[in-house]
Design a protein around this ligand. Structure first.
Ligand SMILES: [Zn+2]
Length: 426
């Protein structure tokens, strides 16, 4: 090509990118040749406990990031239950799949970042790999499920006691809860109560939790989140199941070593119940910005007929709210209840919300203690972990698919991808 006289760098580099991996695939095949066969030191035992018998050698085609590689390994069979095993495949982490770990890793990443079709295109353009969109989907989903199993196991294994005297080396641990609707296929929505006016549901709620820590405050007294301390867990599941999930994550992150625990939420009832159940010792804070919206809504109900009056009142009540003086707002609001029965009912609901949650709205005290008073971290998580991937226009998910991708993205956005792949090597 170089001697043809016509310089074409792009053609050269593209041709080399095809040729060089093909060379690598040959070398890789040589390296694999000895792996799956030969005498074994230990005997191969079946799940049922029986010693398995060698059945000779079987070939297998592997797909790797260098291209296809042929490989041979010994097959073992259980004389009792007829189960088969390929110890060579297990050692290489290719049991039950024809895709190498490196390829699976790339496909999972591609499928977690964007649509499966975009993922397929990215793999072709960036890595010269030809896979189908369906392949990307299958692999991303399976790895998501494996990550879910891995993190469940990790939570289960967190020891009940962490030594006789845990060192209280985490000054502040924050736990945030939130939920966001994920668009679902119609068959996944049977019996789900909808938010649409006609009662039809289009989405199911994915619950997301975050855990982060805080050590320092800045010169103005505002808290600073510890860098790279945020991890996420999430799923479409019942509040009860999710409660244990986030509790397990907090435990994994060193809950017993935390001097103070702070719960950040939007005031939803399920969040409150879970926080009381799992973290009775925690300070519970409702996101200031959510409460402001409630207060604005209450102003609209009570004073909506007079724009100026409504605005004045809203400003005044936001100031009271910032000062944590919720009782004053409740007291004043009760004196202005409207005559209209529907409006009155709506107003009373908002007043009840404020009254019931007032201890979670002591913003002056919280600020004085240098605490975060907003649930921005978990809300941003709803957008980046779930929204950006699962809520694109035209998407419809099954619970199974959505949960696999949520698990995958939680691991990614928690910066735990390496932990996961290392655990597989181990
Ligand atoms: Zn067996």
């Amino acid at each position: 090509m170089a001697k043809s006289g016509k310089a074409d760098l792009e053609a050269w580099e593209t041709a080399l990118r095809v040729a060089v991996p093909a060379c690598g695939a040959k070398i890789l095949a040589g390296m694999l040749a000895e792996q799956g066969t030969g005498r074994r030191e230990e005997e191969v035992v079946c799940r049922c406990g029986q010693r398995m018998e060698s059945q000779g050698i079987r070939g297998k085609g592997l797909r790797t990031i260098l291209g296809p590689v042929a490989y041979e390994r010994s097959m073992f069979k259980c004389p009792a239950c007829r189960e088969t095993r390929y110890p060579g495949d297990e050692a290489l982490d290719v049991a039950g799949t024809t895709r190498s770990p490196g390829l699976r890793r790339m496909m999972a990443r591609a499928g977690s970042q964007s649509t499966f079709k975009d993922g397929r295109d990215d793999l072709r353009i960036y890595a010269g790999l030809e896979v189908s969109a369906k392949d990307v989907e299958r692999v991303a989903e399976r790895i998501g499920q494996e990550m879910e199993a891995w993190s469940q196991e990790e939570r289960r294994r967190t020891p009940a006691e962490e030594g006789p005297e845990p060192e209280n080396d985490i000054p502040m641990m924050y736990i945030g809860y939130d939920g966001t609707g994920v668009p679902m296929r119609p068959e996944e929505l049977v019996g789900v109560k909808g938010k649409q006016p006609d009662g039809v549901a289009k989405t199911r709620e994915a619950k997301l939790g975050c855990v982060f820590t805080q050590t320092a405050i800045d010169e103005k007294g505002y808290p600073i989140r510890d860098p790279v301390s945020t991890t996420f867990v999430g799923a479409i599941e019942t509040a009860e199941a999710f409660g244990w999930r986030i509790y397990g994550e907090a435990r994994r992150r060193g809950l017993l070593r935390a001097q103070r625990i702070v719960i950040l939420g939007d005031g939803a009832e399920w969040v409150k119940n879970l926080a009381e159940l799992h973290f009775p010792q925690a300070v519970s804070i409702i996101d200031l910005y959510h409460v402001r919206e409630h207060v604005s809504g209450l102003c609209r109900i009570l004073f909506g007929s007079n724009e100026k009056k409504m605005e004045r009142r809203r400003q005044r009540w936001w100031e009271l709210l910032d000062a944590g003086r919720v009782e004053t707002i409740v007291f004043q609001a009760r004196r202005h209840l409207p005559e209209d029965p529907d409006l009155k009912k709506a107003a009373e609901a908002e007043i009840r919300y404020l009254d019931k949650n007032k201890e979670r709205m002591r913003y002056t005290e919280f600020r004085a203690q240098g605490l975060f008073i907003g649930s921005g971290v978990v809300e941003a998580g709803c957008k980046t972990v779930i929204g950006q991937r699962l809520k694109q226009s035209g998407m419809e998910w099954t619970v199974r698919e959505a949960n696999a991708i949520i698990a995958l993205r939680c691991v990614m956005k928690s910066n735990r991808l390496e932990d996961y792949w290392e655990s597989r090597v181990a």
